[in-house]
Ligand binder design. Structure first.
Ligand code: NAD
Length: 329
């Protein structure tokens, strides 16, 4: 039986909804450092212990599942503490913020043999699941995937204070994961460019827009962008170009383009998007895998590779050149 502890009550409340009462699971305690938030939540959520001491949280003997939805800078140390006590671990993206932390997570999770995954929710989106089924992977030559955040104001809260905050690890990571999952593959190299034109006079001191060109095996080119400042609805645009067909999903709609008898045929598709109701299925899928002893998706290997590729994308920004991505063993 899953007995969970959750850290953080922003998106962490979505974790609560996904876990509590699912296949007999229970959320036993919640760690939240904001006392005001605790007082409010206590009125709504009963039968859960609210804590503000990390030490007390990690000493709890009655939890076997730790769900980490704290700010990015805490993920690494909290993963280490959860792995040391051999809990099942679900962590929000990104799993960590630098190469040193990534190496440690890679060796620790494997050594402790704990169940581990990260909340890459787009994999459970009905549109993207259906697109994935329709693709002829070997015919793809180009993919464009853009993360339009459309919530610029969020950059000025905790993200402005997080020293190593990166829009690559915060936003582009979702699109790169989607592409790796579509292609069942990982990029060979990356060349990135960034801009802070819209935010340079604000307290957000990092880049607020970036674009990345990834080369995948078989010369598949992938252009990703992470746009933290756009005047655009929150949206994940995907365009997939194959030898014989094209798929486009953007704010104007979803289209499947083919040539039939030498004539261009543009068919509208109507898959669910943004499909928020299915987001909790990633966490529930993780619980299913633990309870049924099945393989975990996204796997630790795919998460380590994904984070490596994102860290190389940021390294390319600093070094201003295309870099071959060196993956961890
Ligand atoms: N998977 C997704 O699509 C998705 C969506 C949103 C956010 N996130 C991730 O979730 C994390 C939290 O973001 P958010 O949007 O929920 O932020 P938020 O500001 O809305 O909420 C975070 C809450 O966690 C608490 N908190 C932070 N660090 C803590 C710590 N060390 N101990 C105890 N409490 C802590 C804060 O007080 C706050 O109440 C980030 O890592 C973010 O990248 C992921």
């Amino acid at each position: 039986m899953i007995k969970a502890g959750i850290i953080g009550t922003g998106v962490g409340l979505k974790h609560f909804e996904a876990i509590n009462n699912y296949r007999g699971s229970r959320v036993v305690c919640i760690l939240e450092k904001n006392q005001k938030r605790i007082s409010k939540l206590k009125k709504k959520i009963k039968n859960v212990d609210f804590l503000n001491s990390e030490k007390k949280f990690f000493n709890r003997k009655d939890i076997n599942f730790i769900s980490i939805a704290s700010y990015d800078e805490y993920h690494f140390s909290q993963i280490v503490k959860a792995a040391e006590r051999k809990s099942n671990i679900l962590v929000e993206k990104p799993i960590c913020l630098n190469f040193k932390e990534l190496q440690k997570i890679n060796s620790l999770i494997r050594r402790k043999k704990v169940n581990f995954t990260s909340n890459l929710v787009l994999r459970k989106n009905s549109l993207f699941e259906n697109l994935r089924k329709k693709l002829k992977k070997n015919n793809i030559y180009y993919i464009e995937a853009n993360y339009f955040w459309g919530r610029k104001e969020k950059l000025f809260k905790w993200r402005s204070k997080t020293k190593q905050y990166s829009l690559t690890l915060g936003a582009a990571i979702h699109m790169l994961d989607l592409v790796c999952w579509f292609l069942n593959s990982r990029p060979i190299s990356v060349f990135s460019k960034s801009s802070n034109k819209v935010t340079n006079r604000t307290k957000f001191k990092k880049f607020s827009f970036a674009t990345y060109l990834f080369t995948f095996p078989n010369n598949v080119l992938v252009k990703i962008s992470a746009d933290g400042v756009c005047i655009h609805p929150h949206f994940h645009t995907v365009k997939i170009y194959e030898k014989d067909q094209t798929f486009i999903s953007d704010i104007s709609g979803q289209f499947h383009i083919k040539k039939i008898n030498k004539k261009l045929n543009i068919k509208k598709m109507n898959f669910e998007y943004p499909d928020k109701k299915n987001r909790k299925n990633l966490i529930r899928g993780f619980i299913d895998s633990i309870l049924d002893g099945k393989s975990i998706q996204p796997s630790i290997k795919s998460l380590i590779d994904l984070t490596t590729a994102c860290l190389f994308a940021d390294k390319s920004l600093n070094e201003k050149k295309e870099l071959k991505i060196k993956y961890l063993k």
